[in-house]
Design a protein around this ligand. Structure first.
Ligand code: NAI
Length: 215
């Protein structure tokens, strides 16, 4: 399968398919048609078929898709059949909140370590994991086979920290710092801006009020 031409928009929809299929599987549903999935997810059946065709269609035969198979295949595409080891850099409000959220582990994202530059935080525990000094990262990443770093520090210093992480073998960065990171090709970065989501909500709120005014 050639995954090169697949758009980020399609990739962005995969986690939602995965979630819905996981729920259907837990409910004991064995097969589902694209029409039924479309009604459940409020997207068109043709969008679902087009999305799935990017990955070979997932063998829809007879009546609909096999839920268990589709769930597993999408999980594999998302790399969720493997375990990933994470570290958090920045043990402030956001870093601690993410560290305390257990659900990532269900998906195979195992939090291994938390690091900060503030000595007052060393030894403080987040879900049983002690905050360590930044100087420990090099050894820790090697010993714990860490592939993903979660960056929850302010933008000042984030670029340099990201470079240091990559130099120490980190392959992917989940970046919450409000700055674009400068990483070599092959290193994956996913920028998260919660405020973007809030602004989208605000836009839709405004749009709805404008529409109502016109009625
Ligand atoms: P905070 O001030 O509670 O925590 C920041 C932590 O990072 C502190 O413990 C500090 O000692 C540590 N730190 C700072 N520079 C560091 C460095 N160079 N190396 C290692 N540790 C370092 O702040 P909070 O609320 O946890 O937010 C963290 C950052 O995330 C802020 O810059 C904020 O703007 C950003 N943020 C981003 C969001 C998003 O959606 N992308 C949402 C909320 C916050």
């Amino acid at each position: 399968m050639d995954e090169k031409g697949i758009s980020q928009a399609v990739i962005g929809r995969l986690p939602r398919y995965f979630r819905y299929l996981g729920e259907l599987r837990d409910e004991g549903v064995e097969r589902i048609s694209s029409q039924e999935l479309s009604e459940l997810m409020h997207v068109t059946a043709s969008q679902i078929r087009q999305d799935f065709n990017n990955f070979g269609g997932f063998g829809q035969q007879g009546y609909g898709y096999n839920v268990e198979y589709l769930y597993r295949e999408i999980g594999k595409l998302l790399g969720l059949d493997k375990t990933h080891h994470l570290i958090i850099i920045g043990a402030g409000n956001l870093g601690q909140a993410l560290g305390n959220y257990m659900n990532f582990e269900r998906r195979g994202f195992i939090l291994k370590g938390i690091f900060d530059k503030n000595p007052d935080l060393y030894g403080r525990k987040v879900r049983g994991i002690e905050v360590q000094p930044m100087e420990m990262i090099e050894r820790f990443v090697k010993e714990n086979d860490v592939d993903i770093a979660v960056l929850t520090i302010p933008k000042t210093g984030a670029v340099a920290v990201a470079e240091m992480l990559v130099a120490n073998g980190i392959k992917a960065i989940w970046n919450f710092a409000h700055v674009d990171l400068n990483v070599p090709e092959g290193i994956q970065v996913e920028n998260v801006h919660l405020s973007d989501s809030l602004m989208k909500l605000s836009y839709n709120l405004e749009r709805y009020s404008r529409m109502k005014e016109k009625e």
